[in-house]
Ligand binder design. Structure first.
Ligand code: PLP
Length: 393
């Protein structure tokens, strides 16, 4: 006998993985250059040169101790550098004691849900949302409730949110810039959310924490403002990752920031550490704690994503697709040309376009296009998108 839940998770069908496998099989038949795989959110630009330079230098200078365990919450100097970087950018006064370094944003989120969950607690996410939230929240023993999408601008449907928030709501998850829409929440959206959370926390007599999942924080286009969420809502816990900003998804480095001014901050921080311990994380990779903390004011060449998204948005609109302008990240989330996004994704495969159905993100009637690909592949894919659109006329 094994755990039914874990068996289910381990054997569940993954649409993205299936698309990826299909793409490989199809490439063997028609050639790799004739398959247009827009399914994966793997950064397509290399990490800044300073990443490898620092890694090599550290291995030369510190080749023994760098492989040792660090403090469970992360090396103090690395945490200090993360704090200093945010303080420079946002005028804040964080110290290393507010950071808990993790194995990417995935672990950061798991630690936060594990830390906050008491029996009967619920978390709320806004569709479209990163599907792993459900896995992580349920893994912590809580329930995830999803607010239906606001499909014009992909901001927040506040009426729907107001109807779902209740006395069991322990936290609300936001992700801006967003996977899968690329949309950035405006200051106005965040202020309105903050006002509701403040009012509901007072009404229910306990804080409702805002969990701000920010792996795409620095990937913004055309100067779009990404407000610093803790300055808008006090009870905010930030989950961050270097997977996207520094193109290091395989190195697994991120952090939880528990600002000292949130309600019960000391307990929340200690419980985050406790959750990390119970999940067996021990500490995040030592070498990359140092490397990311030395490079945390940099990004890889994010202009490529801006160029790719701009190119595709204007071409798709010319062809008659409806697509909301992204403010950052590296995804587009156009409407599918038939109501059934799974059928639309299947039809796209006939044109060798691999697009992820929006249903998996809680927003049927859309598909996700990952623009973290070579620009010339997008250019070559445009006739395929046109042929796909024409097949519906
Ligand atoms: N949150 C969102 C919205 C993501 O898109 C991802 C990865 O794609 C993660 C969290 C997890 O990131 P990490 O690689 O840091 O675990």
């Amino acid at each position: 006998m094994v755990s039914e839940r874990m068996l289910g998770l381990g054997t569940a069908r993954s649409v993205i993985r299936e698309l990826f496998e299909y793409g490989k099989q199809r490439a063997a038949v028609v050639g790799e250059e004739n398959v247009f795989d827009f399914s994966l959110g793997n950064p397509s630009v290399p990490a800044p040169a300073a990443v490898n330079e620092n890694a090599i230098r550290i291995l030369h200078e510190d080749g023994e101790s760098i492989h040792c365990y660090t403090s469970a919450q992360g090396d103090a100097l690395a945490r200090r550098r993360f704090a200093d970087s945010l303080n420079r950018r946002y005028g804040t006064q964080y110290t290393e004691n507010e950071f808990y370094v993790t194995v990417g944003a995935a672990a950061a989120l798991c630690c936060v849900f594990g830390a906050l969950t008491c029996p009967g607690d619920e978390f709320i996410a806004f569709a479209p949302y990163f599907p792993e939230y459900k896995v992580f929240v349920e893994g912590a023993g809580a329930k995830l409730t999803v607010v239906p999408p606001e499909i014009e601008q992909f901001q927040i449907d506040f009426d729907a949110f107001g109807a779902l928030v209740n006395e069991h709501t322990k936290g609300v998850i936001i992700n801006s810039p967003n996977n899968p829409t690329g949309v950035v929440y405006s200051r106005e959206t965040l202020e309105r959310l903050s006002a509701i959370l403040t009012e509901k926390s007072a009404q229910y007599g306990h804080p409702i924490y805002l969990i701000s999942d920010e792996p795409y924080r620095e990937i913004v286009f055309h100067g779009t403002e990404v407000p610093w969420v803790p300055q808008i809502y006090r009870d905010t816990v930030v989950c961050y990752s270097f997977s996207k900003s520094l193109s290091l998804p395989g190195e697994r480095l991120g952090y939880v920031l528990v600002p000292t001014d949130i309600t019960d901050a000391a307990d929340v921080y200690a419980a985050v550490a406790g959750a990390g311990r119970s999940l067996g994380y021990v500490n995040a990779p030592s070498l990359f704690q140092q490397v990311t903390s030395l490079c945390c004011d940099m990004t890889s060449d994010i202009r490529v994503y801006e160029r790719n998204c701009d190119l595709l948005v204007s071409a798709l609109r010319d062809m008659g697709y409806h697509v909301t302008q992204p403010g950052g990240a590296f995804y587009l989330f156009p409407r599918s040309l038939e109501r059934d996004d799974l059928a639309f994704s299947e039809r796209a495969k006939q044109f060798d376009l691999l697009l992820v159905p929006g249903s998996g993100f809680g927003a049927p009637g859309h598909v996700r296009i990952a623009c973290c690909v070579q620009t010339e592949m997008i250019e070559r894919a445009l006739p395929k998108f046109r042929a796909l659109a024409e097949s519906y006329r």
